[in-house]
Design a protein. Structure first.
Length: 178
């Protein structure tokens, strides 16, 4: 049950913070599919980091793969918070199932990342919800030996101090809008 409480709390913290700092101000740009595509872009960045074996540029002590998967999970819980979702009570079972499949098939990183993207697409089609995306990212990080929880905490702390994440800077011409 800990995993459910952790992600439910994370969803509340992330979404409340993002609303407070203005990431949801311009809702005509914040469509469900736009947010999902931004999540896909995080997974694409994870692929690039893994392909080139890069360290992250924001958290240089961490692999880019790990930080970008943390970013994808942060975006997922933010959108779930916007949708007033609740984390399903059997999330631990979904994670365990995903992890068993990874252990059984031993997929390479591109296959794992493709599965995450597929889960995001299926969420966009209404075939399931963000819980499956959370479960796949969580299981993938566990399988790959990545410290997802700490990467999320460090990335959230880093983002809170970023000048390009401040509302006044985003409002400027060519400011970061989403």
């Amino acid at each position: 049950m800990y995993i459910v409480e952790y992600y439910q709390n994370l969803m509340s913290l992330v979404h409340t913070h993002n609303v407070q700092v203005g990431w949801w101000d311009n809702r005509d740009k914040w469509t469900h599919l736009t947010k999902l595509m931004l999540t896909v872009s995080e997974v694409s960045e994870a692929m690039e980091g893994d392909r080139k074996d890069l360290m992250d540029d924001k958290l240089p002590h961490r692999k880019m793969l790990e930080v970008e998967l943390a970013d994808a999970l942060i975006r997922t819980v933010d959108l779930m918070g916007h949708n007033n979702a609740n984390i399903v009570s059997d999330l631990h079972q979904i994670v365990a199932h995903s992890r068993r499949l990874m252990d059984e098939h031993q997929p390479p990183v591109p296959v794992i990342l493709f599965q995450i993207v597929d889960d995001i697409v299926m969420w966009g089609r209404g075939e399931h919800n963000g819980d499956v995306v959370i479960a796949t990212i969580h299981a993938a990080c566990d399988y790959l030996g990545l410290d997802l929880k700490t990467a999320i905490e460090e990335k959230r702390a880093y983002n809170a101090l970023r000048a390009d994440h401040k509302r006044e800077n985003r409002a400027k011409e060519h400011g970061k809008s989403y």
